[in-house]
Design a protein around this ligand. Structure first.
Ligand code: PLP
Length: 392
């Protein structure tokens, strides 16, 4: 009898043959715009550390204080004995920030999406979802047992048609990413909200990449489009612009009370260590006090995207700091990423299954912490290597 796990090696070999076997690069030291990975100093265009807060003095001091005063762990699931005052303080701050009645913390943005969708819907219901929505939404939909109807990316007319044909369902959920994580484009939220209202559907948005990036002080897409009170469920993350770990749901008091009783990540997984909640709280306060952080992020975004476009790169449909450099071929994309790395620029190659086949790309994200010198050096590398590879 052979080893029942032999199929793993054959699948891994297939990845190797296609040039897609990857092992994550190792960050040596802190998450910074100029960082050390795998023994190289590189301009870091690969993180989601949008506001450059991952190594910020004030956030670190808040975490340290929480460790000194409250220890390193919550000791239990939130609903058993792990519900700490610092969790509630963060939720209250987030509710004020989002202009909603209440918020509820999750251990990650992933569990916030998956846990919430699975808790709100059941097999008598229908979920209408953008084809490029995040994996955590897809997994939540699977876990819920609800019927799934997928509309072409950002196609509101198609979403409307799917809602219209689903009238016999007990409940309808229309769900979209606010900012799409691999393309950097923004959901047509005002039109989606209008069709959700037309059919009485629950409207949910995943603002993982809009949190700290879009809207006043980074409140997200609902604020960006002035849709306060019209999106029932907003998910945000604390692990990207807010530089720590965690996710949250923002909405009505009833939504939050219901999820505390039904969302399985809440019920069956230990809550945040107090230091994680404390640094997130410091981050949410900091972005409200220092609007120049977000201004710098957007200045850098405009400078870098314009530079790429002037060089002749195709930056897709991006409208946010996520700027893809579209290549298409998977091998060429990985080759370009490797050559950029050798030249001192860390920009990740992304291929199937993270993006559709034939749409491989380099994904770049600038942060508020990058200087113009960093960004110009990165553009120079994109120019030189792009020409060598005859891609521009
Ligand atoms: C669109 C989107 N939603 C949700 C998540 C999950 O967030 P987190 O990393 O906090 O689990 C991510 C991040 O990977 C994301 O890109």
């Amino acid at each position: 009898m052979g080893n029942p796990l032999d199929y793993l090696d054959s699948e891994l070999n297939e990845l190797r043959e296609r040039g897609l076997f990857r092992w994550p690069r190792m960050l040596e030291g802190a998450q910074e715009p100029l960082a050390h990975y795998d023994g190289h100093e590189v301009i870091n265009l690969a993180s989601n550390n949008y506001l450059g807060l991952a190594n910020h003095t004030r956030l670190k001091a808040a975490a340290r204080r929480a460790i000194d005063e409250l220890g390193v762990g919550s000791g239990a699931v939130r609903t058993i004995a792990g519900n700490m005052a610092i969790h509630r303080e963060l939720e209250d701050e987030l509710a004020r920030f989002k202009h909603t009645e209440a918020t509820l913390l999750y251990q990650s943005g992933f569990t916030a999406n998956a846990g919430t969708v699975a808790a709100l819907l059941g097999k008598e219901d229908i979920i209408v979802s953008d084809e490029l929505n995040h994996a955590s939404i897809i997994d939540g939909a699977r876990l819920s047992g609800a019927g799934k109807k997928i509309y072409p990316h950002k196609d509101v007319a198609a979403a409307r048609a799917l809602l219209a044909e689903s009238h016999s369902a007990r409940r309808l959920l229309l769900i979209t990413d606010g900012v799409f994580s691999m393309d950097g484009d923004i959901a047509p939220l005002p039109d989606l909200v209008a069709v959700a209202e037309e059919f009485g559907a629950i409207m949910m948005v995943d603002d993982a990449h809009a949190s700290g990036v879009l809207g006043q002080a980074g409140r997200g897409t609902v604020d960006h489009f002035d849709l306060h009170g019209r999106v029932h469920v907003q998910v945000g993350t604390l692990s990207k612009a807010f530089a720590g770990q965690g996710g949250y749901v923002a909405g009505s008091r009833s939504l939050v009370d219901y999820l505390i009783h039904r969302a399985r990540p809440l019920l069956f997984s230990t809550s945040h260590p107090p230091s994680v909640a404390a640094s997130a709280l410091a981050a949410v306060r900091l972005v409200q006090e220092e609007p120049e952080l977000i201004e710098r992020l957007w200045d850098n975004t405009r400078f870098f995207r314009k530079g790429l476009m002037q060089l002749g790169w195709n930056t897709g449909a991006s409208e946010t700091p996520i700027t893809p450099v579209m290549v298409g071929d998977e091998r060429l994309t990985m080759d370009l990423s490797d050559r950029l790395f050798t030249a001192g620029v860390f920009a990740l190659g992304i291929a199937f299954p993270t993006v559709p086949r034939g749409k491989a790309r380099i994904r770049t994200i600038v942060t508020a912490g990058h200087t113009r010198t960093h960004l110009q050096r990165a553009l120079d590398a994109f120019e030189r290597i792009g020409r060598e590879m005859k891609l521009i």
